[in-house]
Design a protein around this ligand. Structure first.
Ligand code: NAD
Ligand code: 6OD
Length: 482
């Protein structure tokens, strides 16, 4: 059993919990214990928030934008220098294949710091000249101020990418942060503490308190009176609990929540590209991507061919190389519960539906088969609830109106992916589907300057580029009588 303890990072120091409390972290690939995680509660959160508040009043608060953003560039460069450490840490936590870490999730961790440093340096604020009765006039101009200590609560599915997507703009705007990583993924948030110290980010600017959600570090962070605003990525029902806590003290929230995203494939699509795109969107990260497609709608003339081709893709995936495990045994029970429910609700199982047979230590991991269903009605629970596993249901459709109605018949509104060579149709669909993010002939293609976020119960607010500034700064107007 590993003796590694993932400690909190408070005021530039790695510390255990005051009462010595901790919990174990298991590796999803084989269920081995890879370390223990300090469990913070109200005292650790209070220490972290106090340090973050002091840093706002200290060197961080008085640093110029140029100096601050130069430090964030160094953070990005140090992540890149320690690339392999980050890859290993995230692979140990999530069990996902090295290729996903190397080509997507870890480079994005570094890129997030650079993009927001650039945005903050270059974004202008508005100015208005106004007439006054004495004829001299007045000038209004806006200035942006950091909000203060930001509480950052993160999920486990792309830990570094999703955490830095919040930490980088928060720091670029001059705030300080207290991060509560997911209990399932303590690794890269802890490593980032080492990076912050190495490049000279002042103590207290970036703090990490590990722990659980309710009655633990997560809830304590959302209830701390000196936390000015809370940014959260995770399940919709957790968002509802956090929103209630944020109501005390009237704190602002930014939420990236769950999805039940529709992928729509028209008969005139580039068939091979559509199969590749839908396969990635259903199975990447073992289906644990909020933007992933769990409902696929395929136009009737190519329905049978599409189902057969996606089945072949799913069956070609190899656990341990092209397909990782789920995050935990607990999450596997949830996903397998939906696999059982799909059969009970009358689905035809095209492929999968169970657990793959694996040898040796891997036999203990949180593996499931990539799974495809057909034949379910739109009101089945499997069609309405987010499963967050490597699975999708495929439904044939005939007309645009029909598929738009089905795609929108959900409480969620995060993303959609549309496959067609008819651009007029693509633009009509993009306008009609009620989501924050539409991809046409692509999926998860990210320009970090664009607005990112969900409609309906998939989120509140938009992050990305200048949009992040709406949450991480307060815009003040100055009116000068001339
Ligand atoms: P989760 O809501 O269970 O946990 C997320 C974080 O919240 C964890 O750190 C957890 O400890 C903490 N938490 C739980 N209860 C809390 C409480 N009462 N108060 C404060 N903190 C609390 O989510 P998860 O299982 O870690 O992540 C998967 C979910 O995240 C899926 O629903 C997925 O769609 C969603 N997600 C959304 C996006 C997006 O951009 N919209 C991105 C990634 C993941
Ligand atoms: O790419 C991003 O910025 C982002 N927030 C991705 C979210 C992935 C969800 O699992």
């Amino acid at each position: 059993m590993a003796s590694n303890l993932f400690k909190h990072f408070i005021n530039g120091q790695f510390v255990a919990s005051a009462d010595g409390r901790d919990f174990e972290k298991r590796r999803p690939t084989d269920n081995a214990v890879i370390g223990r995680v300090a469990e913070g509660r109200a005292p650790e959160i209070d220490a972290a928030v106090t340090a973050a508040k002091a840093a706002m009043k200290g060197p961080w608060g008085s640093m110029t934008t140029e100096a601050r953003t130069a430090l964030l560039y160094k953070v990005a460069d140090e992540i890149t220098r320690r690339f392999e450490d980050f890859v290993e840490a995230e692979m140990a936590d999530t069990g996902q294949p090295r290729s996903v870490m190397e080509h997507a999730f870890i480079p994005r961790g570094a890129a997030n710091f650079k993009i927001f440093a650039d945005v903050v340096k270059n974004v202008p604020t508005e100015a208005f000249q106004m007439a006054t009765p004495d004829g001299a006039g007045a000038l209004n101009y806006a200035i942006r101020k950091p909000k203060g200590v930001i509480g950052v609560i993160c999920p486990w599915n792309a830990p570094l990418l999703l955490m830095t997507w919040k930490v980088a703009p928060a720091l670029a705007c001059g705030n300080t942060v207290v991060v509560k990583p997911s209990e399932e993924s303590p690794g890269t948030a802890t490593l980032l503490g080492e990076v912050m110290n190495a490049v000279g980010v002042p103590p207290g600017v970036y703090n990490v308190v590990h722990g659980l959600g309710p009655d633990s570090a997560g809830e304590a962070l959302t209830r701390h009176k000196d936390v000015a605003a809370i940014t959260f990525t995770g399940e919709t029902r957790t968002g509802a609990a956090i929103m209630k806590a944020a109501a005390d003290g009237i704190r602002d929230v930014s939420f990236e929540l769950g999805g039940k995203n529709a992928g729509i494939v028209f008969a005139d699509c580039d068939f091979d590209a559509a199969i590749e795109g839908i396969s990635r969107s259903a199975f990447l990260n073992c289906g644990q991507v909020c933007l992933g497609t769990e409902r696929v709608y395929v136009q009737r003339p190519i329905f049978e061919k599409f189902v057969a081709a996606l089945k072949a893709k799913a069956e070609a995936m190899t656990p341990g190389t092209s397909l990782g495990p789920l995050i935990s045994q607990e999450h596997r029970s949830k996903v397998l519960g939906y696999y059982k429910l799909a059969a009970e609700e009358g689905a035809t199982v095209v492929t999968g539906g169970g657990v793959p047979t694996l040898e040796g230590d891997l036999a203990n991991g949180a593996w499931v088969q990539p799974t495809i269903w057909t034949g379910l009605p739109e009101n089945a629970r499997v069609m309405r609830e987010e499963i967050f596993g490597p699975c999708c249901h495929i439904t044939p459709f005939d007309t645009e109106d029909e598929v738009v109605a089905w795609a929108n018949d959900t409480d969620y509104g995060l993303s959609t992916t549309i496959w067609t060579t008819n651009l007029s149709c693509a633009h009509r669909m993009a306008a009609a589907i009620e989501v924050g993010i539409t991809w046409i002939n692509s999926w998860f293609l990210r320009d970090l300057r664009t607005p990112f976020g969900g409609s309906k119960q998939s989120g509140i607010g938009r992050e990305g580029g200048v949009h992040s500034l709406e949450f991480y700064t307060e815009l003040r107007n100055v009116c000068v009588k001339l």
